[in-house]
Design a protein. Sequence first.
Length: 151
Amino acid sequence: MKVYYMKNKILLILIIFIAILAIITYIIYNYRINLQERQKINNEYITYSKAQMLGTELVSIMNRTQDINTKNGIQKDDDGLYIDNGENSIKVYLKLKYEDDYSTLEIEKILNAGTENFIKNYSTASFKCTEITYHEKTGNVKSLTFTETDD
C-alpha cells in the first residue's frame, strides 16, 4: 500500500512539474514571437526614414499604420484620431507645403476623408521622413513625421 501511495505522489509531482514547464515554455514562446513582431515593425519603419518616397508610397505606409493600430486595438478619440497608449500605438504626421510654410496633418484625417484626394494631389510629390520617436516604455515606434520636399 505504501509503494502505491509513493508512486501516485511521484506521478502527481511529475505531472505538476510538466504542467508548470509547459506553461513557462508557452509564455516564453509568446514573448519571443511578440518581440520579433515588434522588431520587424520597428525595422520596417526605420527603412522609411532612409528613403525619399512619392505620395503613392506614403499611402501604403498610411494604410499599413492603420492596420497595425487596428490589430493592436488602439482606441480613437472623438475626432477619429488614434490615442497614444504608451506601448504600441503609431502616429504618422505629414508636413505638407502650404504657401511659404508647412501645415502638419495626421494621417487619420486623410484616411477618414478617403485617400483619393490625397493621391490626386500628392501622388507625385516627394516626401522624406524627418522624425521618428519611440515609446519610452517599450522602445516601439511611436510616431513618424513625413515632410514634403522639393526633390
